[in-house]
Design a protein around this ligand. Structure first.
Ligand code: ARG
Length: 467
């Protein structure tokens, strides 16, 4: 039976009826719907609406539904099922008879869907945080293993200064650490219980909202029933966080695609995460990375779709809100399927340290260090910059590096040059002068790896506290 046919004289246009259903996608929320229904039925018992026997039989019915259904739930044959709430009600009545209809006393689907979505987002956050920690740890392991290997760092995609490979990897760890923090922060606002908000004005029965919130491990009941039934900020906030994470992943993917090219030659793609060409027998393509790069477009699209749906929506519940579900599910499932693959890639990708090191030693990436040498000897920086620029020009004409210019010639440019200028030009010296917290000097990088590990570890403990 429909949930609301009493006041209608004629049936719905079957095409419209079918079109307005959400069961095809909200079937995913079965676990959440059952948990929220258990909490509600317990509150109904406390409020004197259900007897102990009725509560037991409802609990049994809900358990049977949980056991019987595949997840995500498929649309049943009768195709009458409107949404996950209707599905559970029908299944319950089929199992325990008319007592099942009592479950909906004093509640509305508006608060139910808000609750289900909060439970869904909360567990998605917990899962994704674990996945993201694993990815960060894989990067940290690679950073450890890279030891003193160096590579060029780029600005404007032009060689800028040499850095440790570990330092470059740590840049991604920082991005992911911020994503982890954002997810944790978002969780605080997700973790609020709408149950007892009714359709818009609050429940029509004296339900113990604190008990329902506690049963579902929410931190508090929501403060305003109008807001609670119409709020999807948490969905948007979560998907926004996912889009930023996806953008970080796309930056990694893009660098890997570039670095795997013949032109860079910094990395070799693992066979397990590359594909061939059906036409060109020699090819090995970075499809995993290309798809990961593109998923960022898809996920930001989900975020934009949510923004547009929520814009100018009058209070409180509107059916428009049903349309917030597909982008939420899409963004969540897209990130969830992609992250472990990228982590595996991080573990397996082969760095060509020789090639990276080679690249780090040519192209005048010691020029700033050379200018700093002059600064230490009292030359004003702007002048030193100009002088080294001139020296670089000379080298370019001769096809050599700064270290190859004779001292006499340098002294012709400025008498501040001396014999010890040359030792400061080596890769080791250039790396070592970046000796500030957050800089690429090897000791600083080692310290940074340790600190990043500690921070991730602290986050892991916080996650376990939730589980
Ligand atoms: N399927 C609906 C949704 O996802 C559930 C809430 C329906 N509420 C209503 N008043 N029609 O939004």
């Amino acid at each position: 039976m429909k949930m609301w046919s009493g006041r209608f004289q004629k049936p719905l246009d079957p095409k419209f009826d079918n079109w307005q259903r959400s069961f095809e996608f909200d079937g995913r929320l079965l676990g959440e719907e059952l948990a929220a229904s258990r909490a509600h039925s317990r509150a109904l018992k406390t409020a004197g609406i259900l007897t102990s026997d009725e509560l037991i039989s409802i609990f049994e019915g809900l358990d049977q539904i949980a056991k019987g259904a595949a997840s995500p739930v498929r649309a049943p044959e009768d195709s009458e099922t409107e949404d996950i709430h209707h599905f559970v009600e029908k299944q319950l009545v089929a199992r325990v008879g008319d007592t099942g209809y009592k479950l909906h006393s004093g509640r509305s689907r508006n608060e139910q869907i808000a609750t289900d979505l909060r439970l869904y987002v909360r567990s998605a956050i917990d899962r994704l945080r674990i996945d993201l920690m694993k990815c960060s740890e894989a990067l940290l392991d690679r950073a450890d293993a890279a030891r003193s290997a160096a590579m060029p760092a780029y600005t404007h995609l032009q060689r800028a200064e040499p850095v440790l490979v570990a330092h470059w990897l740590l840049a991604y760890v920082e991005m992911f650490r911020r994503d982890l923090e954002r997810l944790a922060d978002c969780r605080k606002r997700v973790n609020i219980c709408p149950l007892g908000s009714g359709a818009v004005a609050g429940a029509t029965l004296p339900l113990d909202r604190t008990a329902m919130a506690a049963e579902l491990s929410f931190s508090n009941p929501s403060a305003n029933s109008i807001d609670a039934t119409s709020d999807r900020d948490f969905v948007l906030e979560f998907v926004n966080t996912l889009s930023l994470l996806a953008i970080h992943l796309s930056r990694w993917a893009e660098e890997m695609v570039l670095f795997a090219s013949e032109e860079f030659g910094f990395v070799r793609l693992p066979d397990a995460y590359a594909t061939g060409s059906s036409a060109m027998p020699q090819k090995k393509n970075p499809d995993l990375l290309e798809l990961a790069r593109a998923k960022a477009g898809r996920i930001t699209g989900d975020a934009v779709s949510l923004l547009a749906t929520l814009k100018a929506l009058p209070l409180a519940y509107n059916k428009d809100l049903q349309e917030t579900q597909p982008p939420l599910f899409d963004a969540t499932e897209t990130v969830h399927s992609m992250l472990p693959l990228l982590t595996a890639f991080v573990n397996e990708v082969e760095f060509n340290y020789d090639c990276m090191q080679q690249a780090a030693q040519s192209g005048f990436m010691n020029a700033w260090a050379a200018a700093t040498y002059l600064v230490r000897r009292g030359v004003p920086f702007r002048l030193a910059h100009e002088l080294i620029g001139k020296a670089v020009q000379l080298c370019m004409v001769r096809g050599c590096e700064l270290k190859d210019l004779p001292l006499r010639e340098l002294q012709g440019l400025n008498p501040a040059f001396d014999e010890d200028f040359y030792s400061g030009l080596s890769l080791e010296s250039v790396l070592a002068i970046h000796d500030v917290p957050g800089g690429t000097a090897p000791a600083r990088v080692r310290q940074a790896i340790g600190e990043a590990r500690q921070k991730i570890e602290a986050m892991r403990e916080e996650c376990h506290a939730h589980a």
